[in-house]
Design a protein around this ligand. Structure first.
Ligand code: ZN
Length: 309
């Protein structure tokens, strides 16, 4: 979902730099985040939707989920880079906050933290807006299995893969975007519609009943283990690999959409848009000013650093 290739470049993995062609630089790539946002948007409660519109200027969660990747080139947001993922041990042990998320510096802790800010009426609107955009993005991220991955290979960024005969990529980007791009053939909205029609009320209820981000990390980590076990020895994947793995990707995108809506509905259940007296927030595009850069949450020391992904 995010930062796969460009962050590898940041740490100087030179051989990856040449692979970073425009559309593959965004990780779930842009398509995955758009799909998650679109699935969530139609599940918002009326009161949650009203707050979302006040904060974002609209209820376009599909677009709002892209922002956290779009700011990656701006060093003033570097503190947020470790918040897109969590590293777990390879032995299959479950998420342990003290071990895997010290000082809350991982996606598991970031999600509830940003929701707390987004729903806090006493905070400035700009802080709440950015917190909501982070929260939207991070729920998507955490459902991409390799965002609960391993530190030593940067969540699969260092595993070279050849896809569909001629696409040189890496394991992380394969799951972020390459498989999805191959499947949707340029029309993410049609694909979202397809996924939407498969989400039964029973499935939605089942997925929404698990609202703990640590549990989502454990789900992803279990899938990650399988991904490594099933990667062909020559790291060449094609139609057969896509066919057997797309159901997992579709399920994770759908779960993320349902859970995102549930989390927003819950966060804004008793929230108002704050002191704006019903005045919609200004459209955010192009308005990231100095005031907006205020760090929206209290993050303990060590903001800059950690393993980039
Ligand atoms: Zn991300």
């Amino acid at each position: 979902m995010c930062g796969s290739l460009h962050s590898a470049v940041h740490v100087g993995v030179g051989w990856l730099a040449g692979l970073c062609v425009a559309s593959s630089c965004f990780a779930w790539g842009e398509d995955g985040h758009r799909i998650v946002g679109a699935l969530a948007a139609e599940r918002l409660s009326p009161e949650a939707r009203a707050v979302v519109i006040e904060l974002l200027g609209n209820d376009d969660l599909a677009t709002a989920g892209l922002w956290a990747d779009q700011i990656r080139g701006d060093a003033s947001w570097d503190w947020a880079k470790p918040l897109h993922y969590v590293n777990l041990p390879r032995d299959g042990s479950v998420f342990d906050a003290a071990r895997d998320c010290p000082e809350g510096q991982c996606v598991v802790a970031a999600i509830p933290r940003f929701f707390a800010v987004a729903s806090d009426d006493s905070r400035p609107m700009a802080e709440r807006r950015d917190a909501l955009r982070f929260a939207i993005h991070f729920i998507g991220d955490l459902h991409q299995p390799l965002h609960a991955g391993y530190k030593d290979d940067l969540g699969g960024n260092r595993i070279q893969v050849t896809a569909f005969g001629d696409t040189r990529t890496n394991l992380h980007a394969l799951w972020d975007s390459v498989l999805i791009r191959d499947r949707i053939a340029g029309d993410w909205q049609a694909y979202a519609q397809l996924l939407r029609s498969a989400i039964t009320p029973a499935l939605a209820a089942e997925w929404a009943s698990q609202s703990d981000s640590a549990a989502w990390a454990n789900e992803s980590a279990a899938i990650t283990k399988t991904i490594y076990a099933e990667l062909p020895a020559d790291a060449k994947v094609g139609a057969e690999y896509a066919k057997s793995n797309m159901p997992t990707i579709e399920r994770r995108l759908s779960m993320a959409g349902v859970r995102l809506a549930h989390a927003i509905n819950r966060a804004f259940k008793n929230s108002s848009a704050g002191s704006g007296n019903g005045t919609p927030a200004p459209k955010q595009d192009g308005q990231v000013g100095a005031a907006d850069r205020a760090i929206p949450v209290e993050v303990p020391g060590g903001r800059v650093g950690g393993s980039p992904r």
